[in-house]
Design a protein around this ligand. Structure first.
Ligand code: ADP
Ligand code: MG
Length: 692
């Protein structure tokens, strides 16, 4: 009986496709592929080139090739070492030449291939012993029917897709094949006029050629087109936001020399050149009658807080209030002290208050009243600032620290705290390359703080193998004996907060019981109620070794801490590790960062090796980007951009082309009213991209 197979619509779940079952659906969902459209739009990231079938006699070791032959022997066994599953086969081609084949840990091959089967193999050729060439774990395809049936799935160009466990590029290729006839229905969100200048193909062609290129150039152009569209969507969204913000009036804060003079003399240190530049950028923005929208992009410890404080002082001199929001209570309290130290003595009347959710209700009420009456000039706090019923009588400046920790809505809520639009300053402690900053935070103008305050000693960083752990413990002990303090960071486990808290607690108990029974240990994790007490005890020196989860990642300042020991270092992104490292080396003592890892793979060691060699966060970010691509830079957090788009950022020209086209389009069609498809997808993307 002939089965009539109706193609599903683009919005149908992938399971509507032939051969995609429930399990596959779940696995695909992990890659963000839910609908047929998603599947089509997911291009391979690369290709293996095997060429057409060649005779075994003409194979060259070290070159990928395709071979067609007959199975003369096949058997499955367990290897002596490690009991790995191994399938060995011997293949003979038409001229009687033989090729030895081995598959490791593949349960299926022995069920699929039998003696006398005709088979096509595609893989890397190795020189085997006895002059018989070998392939290890090649792709294979059983060829039914007549001897002139040619392989259709292996050999030639084979796509490589990003995968999760249980998926293979071959499966992906098969599913995509059944979806490909629908490519013609894909709507193109890039208007014709935008595609013209950069010579971009339309979406249907890009999808077809991206999955089935005939040449490298096809593939390159298809990927370029897809990356362009994605970046365009983001940049168009940013352009729209910029235009909206610029259209709103803000109260100008005129520059006053005497304010900055007083501020500087009260600081107790000289601002660095980079700090001065950033401060000057901000002052110029704030003096305009439209809201400042600026990002301070600087390394950990580069002194962003002082720049923000200078802006607060300037706003205060104009009779305007300021608000500073930080992602954690620890950080908010630290900011409170820091801003007070920078400002309160120098500017009488500039009072700084704290608002966090752990405060008593009467205390919060008092601070809210002070904000609403204009009595206090600066409120520093956490999410409580936006959750609570907080109002400012004349808010002139809103600052967000570690801004990547907040979503659009939270930032918008903060900006809406006054009656008009306040000037806005965002700070990020993940130094990111300029292109990435433009791509991710394109709605803001950036000031880069690429210089550290003088007198810092770089943190000596080393990778420690697990059987060397005792040496790391000895170092911790020695530093504590010398009067210093240490952090021990627990590995990142991607599970619930409860699981994380449990494992940190277990590690704490183990260290306390077996390793450092004579030292004063403390524990801090996200679920702990007394986080601040613990942190205060650590700051006061009552705790010598602080066992922590990633909560200490951001901004905490304890100058006496001199060792940062990180378990399971390979699980963190380089930027995050750099953040941890930034927690030490804040005092005058020489500090160390110890990276413990069980992962002895070359790539992991090389990546961690970068940390040992490089102390400049911007350089580190660039190196990491080159090795692992842009996507990894931001750590496990969802940045909402595809790998393809991230990689495209490695060519800054593309991004500038994208930005130009976006600006052009928005000029001719400000609200994208004539481009409803684009408008809708921009709205979707803004929702999806946590950072915008
Ligand atoms: P960031 O927020 O950029 O990570 P901070 O603002 O917390 O850095 O500054 C880190 C430390 O450096 C603080 O103790 C701060 O007082 C100090 N600091 C900032 N700027 C300077 C400077 N120009 N000279 C000396 N110390 C500075
Ligand atoms: Mg900071």
């Amino acid at each position: 009986m002939a089965l009539l197979f109706l193609p599903p619509p683009l919005d149908a779940p992938v399971s509507k496709l032939k051969d995609v079952g429930e399990t596959a659906e779940k696995r695909l969902a992990k890659l963000g592929i839910k609908t047929v459209r998603d599947l089509l739009l997911t291009l391979p990231f690369g290709w293996e080139t095997y060429g057409g079938p060649t005779g075994i006699a003409s194979l060259t070791a070290g070159v990928q090739a395709t071979v067609v032959g007959r199975v003369v022997k096949i058997e499955a066994k367990l290897t002596k070492f490690k009991k790995m599953r191994l399938t060995e086969a011997m293949i003979e081609d038409g001229s009687g030449e033989r090729l030895r084949v081995a598959w490791f840990n593949n349960r299926f091959v022995v069920n699929n291939l039998h003696r006398d089967d005709r088979v096509a193999l595609a893989g890397m050729v190795k020189a085997g012993y006895g002059g018989v060439p070998e392939m290890q774990s090649p792709h294979y395809e059983r060829l039914d029917g007549s001897p002139d049936v040619q392989p259709s799935h292996v050999g030639g160009l084979m796509p490589k897709y990003h995968l999760v466990d249980g998926l293979s590029s071959r499966k992906m290729a098969r599913w995509i094949e059944s979806a490909l006839p629908l490519a013609g229905q894909l709507e193109d969100l890039l208007p014709e006029e935008v595609r013209q200048r950069p010579k971009l193909m339309d979406v249907a062609e890009a999808v077809r050629l991206g999955h089935r290129p005939e040449t490298d150039e096809d593939f390159r152009q298809a990927r370029r087109r897809m990356a362009f569209a994605e970046l365009f969507e983001l940049q168009a969204a940013f352009a729209m936001m910029r235009a909206q913000i610029a259209a709103e009036p803000a109260i100008p804060i005129p520059y006053r020399q005497e304010v900055i003079d007083a501020f500087k003399s009260g600081l107790g240190f000289e601002l660095t050149r980079a700090q001065k530049k950033a401060t000057w950028d901000a002052f110029q923005d704030m003096a305009r009658p439209m809201p400042m929208n600026r990002l301070l992009n600087g390394d950990v410890g580069s002194g962003k807080t002082a720049v923000a404080a200078a802006c607060v002082a300037m706003a205060h001199a104009s009779g305007l209030q300021a608000v500073v929001m930080a992602p954690t209570e620890i950080l908010a309290r630290q900011h409170l002290h820091r801003f007070r130290a920078y400002l309160e003595d120098t500017f009488p009347g500039l009072t700084v208050e704290l608002l966090v959710s752990s405060q008593s209700a009467p205390e919060r009420r008092r601070v809210r009243a002070a904000a609403a009456s204009g009595h206090c000039a600066l409120v520093v706090g956490t999410h409580a600032l936006i959750e609570d019923n907080v109002d400012f009588v004349n808010l002139g400046l809103a600052v967000v620290d570690e801004q990547h920790r907040f979503g659009t809505r939270q930032r918008e809520l903060l900006r809406a705290k006054g009656s008009g639009r306040p000037h806005f300053l965002a700070m990020t402690a993940t130094p990111i390359p300029r292109t990435l900053a433009l791509a991710l935070y394109g709605e803001m103008t950036t000031s880069v703080i690429d210089e550290m305050p003088p007198g810092r000693t770089p943190v000596g960083t080393e990778v420690v193998a697990p059987d060397d752990r005792h040496r790391a413990y000895d170092l911790v002990r020695a530093e504590v004996a010398a009067g210093h303090q240490a952090f021990v960071i627990c590995p990142l486990i991607e599970e619930s907060e409860i699981v994380v808290a449990k494992s940190a607690t277990a590690e704490y108990e183990r260290l306390k019981g077996d390793v450092f029974p004579d030292l004063r240990l403390g524990l801090i994790h996200g679920r702990l109620k007394e986080k601040d007490d613990v942190m205060q005890q650590f700051v006061a020196g009552d705790i010598q070794v602080l066992v922590a989860t990633a909560v200490v990642e951001v901004g905490v300042d304890v100058p006496n801490a001199s060792v940062m020991m990180i378990e399971g270092a390979e699980r963190f992104g380089l930027a995050q590790l750099h953040q941890f490292r930034g927690r030490v080396g804040r005092g005058s003592a020489a500090s160390r960062c110890l990276l413990l890892t069980d992962d002895s793979s070359e790539s992991s060691i090389r990546r961690l090796g970068l940390l040992t060699a490089i102390s400049d966060g911007f350089r580190l970010a660039r190196e990491d980007m080159n090795i692992r691509g842009m996507g990894e830079l931001m750590g496990p957090r969802q940045h909402g951009m595809s790998d393809n788009a991230m990689e495209a950022l490695l060519q800054p020209e593309l991004l500038s082309e994208v930005r130009q086209e976006a600006e052009r389009l928005i000029e001719s069609d400000p609200g994208f009213e004539r481009h409803p498809l684009l408008k809708a997808s921009i709205a979707r993307r803004l929702d999806l991209t946590s950072i915008s």
